[in-house]
Ligand binder design. Sequence first.
Ligand code: PMP
Ligand code: GLU
Length: 385
Amino acid sequence: MLAQRMEKVQPSATLKITALARQLKAQGAPVVNWAAGEPDFDTPEPIKQAALAAIREGFTKYTPTTGIPELKEAIARRLKEDRGLIYEPAQIAVTCGAKHALYNLLQVLVDPGQEVLIPSPYWVSYPEMVRLAGGVPVEVRTSPQNGFQIQARELEPLITAQTAGLILNSPCNPTGTVLSRATLSAVACLMRERGKWIISDEIYSALTFDGAFTSVPSLGADVYAKTFLVDGVSKAYAMTGWRIGFMAGSAEVVEAAGRLQDHSTSNPSSISQRAALAALTQDQDFVRQMAREFAARRDRLVEGLKKIPRLSWVKPSGAFYCFVDVSQTGLASNAFCERLLKEVHVAAIPGESFGWDTHVRLSFAASQAQIEEGLARLDRFVRSL
Ligand code: PMP
Ligand code: GLU
């Protein structure tokens, strides 16, 4: 009964395990949730108030498909202030989360059979979204020895006549790697020479701890012209449930993505749009404070991991994930995570879903007390193997 396109699409492991951890916790199990792919902070009060005001005012009808003009202007202002990027409102489309922006972009950019390059480890949804667009995901392996920085010379032989473009994600889910300016320049230069586009998923840009974050379209006018930037309010403002993301790029492609949206979701929730407007225009101190707290948690996690035998990792510089090599324990990622959850009640995501069966993803979107507790349990578990 099912259409062929669904044959190869896997369920999202990140969403599945996070839901399982929550369910176990609700049943009373003392679960440490290191699986979460979202900030554990509540959405700030002024943002909630803006949503309540929208409801009370009756701002509860359809809006333009790709977002209200005020929100597009607020996005353009933030991109200018934070990243020095200039976008006109016609180059911006507001979507139902960053995931939706990525999905729509791939639908409008990829023809059946075309290849899309994806550095691995990769976020779980990229290959599935490429397949759903009829494309072929092509993995570009990176290595912990290079700090998971993608190497242009390794990317080059993978670019073929079938290549449509490349998806970059910095800071990266699941490694927490922030790609250096030198890495990005080399990769962007190569893609430009070959006339391919880049989708730059910058959803974790506000959560960068050490050193500078480089936004791909800021690398030069010709890179800007062929890059589609994806971001949103989910991570930076603790608003994952509100479902507001956006894309920015050439007006032609953004218009096509809008047409696709016309016939699928229509506009993102009017109420959430007002909330996002408040988030982007309020004092940005909340974002800086949250980033500082994540940096402190990262330090605590990494310090604790050093004391546990047989694990290795690259210190994350952004997002809220640490990608830990567990191969020295003798367990592959699914077995490791299953036993970790069952035996010591710590939820983590198997690296297999990010293309690396030797690793597991630990999320430090958990309180410092939960991080301490998780470390003690992980230590006990690894020593028992
Ligand atoms: N990209 C990456 C790398 C992510 O980790 C997430 C988290 N879900 C998203 C995109 C999607 O974000 P959103 O919740 O705004 O759809
Ligand atoms: N992006 C988050 C994660 O990787 C949220 C879950 C999802 O949308 O996949 O865990």
